[in-house]
Design a protein around this ligand. Structure first.
Ligand SMILES: Nc1ncnc2c1ncn2[C@@H]1O[C@H](COP(=O)(O)OP(=O)(O)OP(=O)(O)O)[C@@H](O)[C@H]1O
Ligand SMILES: [Mg+2]
Length: 509
């Protein structure tokens, strides 16, 4: 009986023999003949070997760009198959907020699709370095290899690969670090390498859970957003660009900006905060629009202050009034300076931005306007179809207060809630003010003290409102009295005139 050792030595000699034969083959056979023989050998193996392999290289194309399919597969495997691999590699991938775990080189995992088994392996093709080359050595090329039985060729090439790419992209979208963009003034476009937007990581923590709002209204907005996100086919079918406009209006501190952050976090979209006052004209506005990406929210805050109905823009933060500005311009011109060009974004430019032909490029975009004074806006700007959904952000109601009490104090109910409820029905206070009053002022201030502080603030607000309305009444009464007195004086004067003319007539007779 052959021992294990003898078997090993036989195998060793066979391997050595094969290697020797391979070396001879490579050395003594002319390349053309060798390629011919190799081709035949592969064919012969292909007939006997029942598996098919597809490779997905990391870098491809003439421009040596990272292959999209490779990244999608990496994300797919990191989410599913990597749970089964024993050797993993952690990489920080561009635009991803967390490390991507993928299987290490020469590792293999099994995946299953509709009951069919496939094998994924990863490997590295090491580049050959020429000793005499002055070029830096090329980087090693990584690739994923998919192996499956050839009887499943149609299923795998037709459905499975598509499934993997879609899933992988979804994982990447979920993992990606979202961005908050702001537009660069056009004078700087050259310096920012023609990039019209600069960005930072979007890290606002607001969510719909923490947003204080009437629950029905909140869930209506969330459903609307979900319907929009899933609506690609629907929008295609009805022949409408895949975008939706929201108008958020209400007094300062009612949560308009917070709502935008909650929307972005809910949909996993980027945010483009468009500062309209730095956009020179309609053409620039269009260029900015073209450079926004899909899956984004384009925001124009305080729209009533950014654009006046005649098309001339004004800014809320502007300190000088129009006359002062004109005087400044005259001075600048007198000094020989050039008159600064007025920005020329017009109402029609903005309307085109929202729903002109260009607005359809890219798709999946939400446009949000905010304003404190909805009545000042041109009806054309906010008509349905442009601003599809009008959302009023209002003063704090009891339901909103409960959300804030949970956020700030972690309490769901308390005996003092009844008083807060009564006072909120009697007086107006913004969620921002309620939140400020609920915030503990020191470490040892407990929830009861915070609620008492809020009650005190509500009582004060109620008292202030009462005094204010009394003063207004008095002012009104005083104004009415003044008007009556003036009328009476006018009457007396008229009567005097009549008397005078009567006397004159008498004298003449
Ligand atoms: N509805 C709300 N839910 C939760 N927090 C809120 C809400 N409204 C206001 N706040 C709190 O008040 C602060 C100010 O709110 P926010 O900036 O969203 O108000 P706004 O309506 O955008 O005001 P403005 O009109 O002045 O821009 C936020 O940081 C947030 O903490
Ligand atoms: Mg705001």
């Amino acid at each position: 009986m052959t021992t294990a050792f003898e078997l090993w030595s036989h195998l060793g000699s066979v391997a050595a023999g094969l290697m020797f034969a391979w070396a001879l083959f490579k050395q003594y056979f002319p390349p053309q003949l060798r390629a011919y023989i190799e081709g035949y050998a592969h064919k012969a193996i292909g007939h006997a070997y029942p598996y098919i392999q597809i490779t997905f290289p990391e870098i491809s194309g003439e421009r040596l760009e990272r292959c999209e399919a490779y990244s999608a597969i990496q994300n797919y495997l990191s989410a599913s198959a990597s749970a089964r691999a024993t050797r993993l590699k952690a990489e920080s991938v561009k635009d991803s907020k967390s490390l991507v775990l993928s299987m290490d080189e020469n590792e293999e995992v099994v995946d299953e699709f509709e009951g069919v088994k496939v094998w994924w392996s990863s490997s590295v093709a090491v580049s050959r370095i020429s000793m005499f080359s002055l070029q830096p050595p090329p980087e090693d090329r990584r690739l994923y290899r998919l192996t499956f039985h050839r009887s499943h060729r149609e299923l795998i090439t037709g459905s499975y690969i598509k499934y993997v790419l879609v899933k992988g992209k979804a994982v990447a979208a979920e993992n990606r670090q979202r961005k908050l963009f702001t537009n660069n003034p056009s004078s700087n476009w050259y310096y920012y390498k023609a990039s019209k937007w600069s960005h930072v990581a979007f890290e606002h923590p607001a969510t719909f859970d923490t947003l204080a709002m009437e629950p029905n209204k909140k869930s209506e907005i969330m459903n609307d957003l979900l319907k929009f996100r899933r609506g690609k086919e629907y929008y295609e079918r009805i022949g409408k660009a895949w975008k939706r406009g929201y108008l958020l209006y209400g007094p300062p501190g009612t949560g308009k900006s917070t709502m935008i952050a909650a929307m972005a976090n809910f949909l996993n979209y980027d945010v483009y905060d468009l500062e309209l006052t730095t956009v020179k004209d309609n053409t620039e506005l269009r260029k900015l629009l073209i450079e926004t990406s899909a899956k984004s929210i384009i925001v124009i805050e305080d729209i009533d202050c950014s654009l006046d109905l005649t098309g001339q823009r004004k800014t809320k933060k502007r300190k000088k009034d129009d006359d002062e500005e004109k005087a400044d311009a005259v001075k600048r011109m007198a000094k020989g300076g050039e008159e600064s060009k007025d920005s020329k974004v017009t109402l029609s430019g903005l309307l085109n931005f929202i729903d002109g032909l260009w607005s359809a490029c890219g798709g999946e975009r939400i446009i949000v306007f905010t304003t404190n004074f909805v009545e000042r806006l041109d009806p054309a700007l906010i008509r349905r179809g442009r601003m599809d959904k009008h959302i009023e952000m209002s003063y704090c109601c009891f339901e909103s207060f409960k959300v804030l009490a949970w956020n700030y104090l972690g309490v769901e109910s308390h005996p003092l809630f009844a008083t807060v409820r009564r006072l909120l029905a009697e007086t107006k206070m913004t969620p921002a003010d309620v939140a400020e009053n609920l915030m503990p002022k020191s470490d040892d201030e407990n929830e009861e003290a915070c609620l008492e502080g809020l009650i005190e603030a509500l009582q004060k607000a109620k008292e202030d409102a009462r005094k204010k309305s009394e003063e207004e009444e008095e002012e009104k009464a005083a104004a009415a009295g003044e008007a009556e007195a003036t009328a009476a004086r006018a009457m007396t004067w008229e009567e005097g005139q009549l008397k005078l003319s009567g006397m004159k007539e008498n004298a003449m007779h």
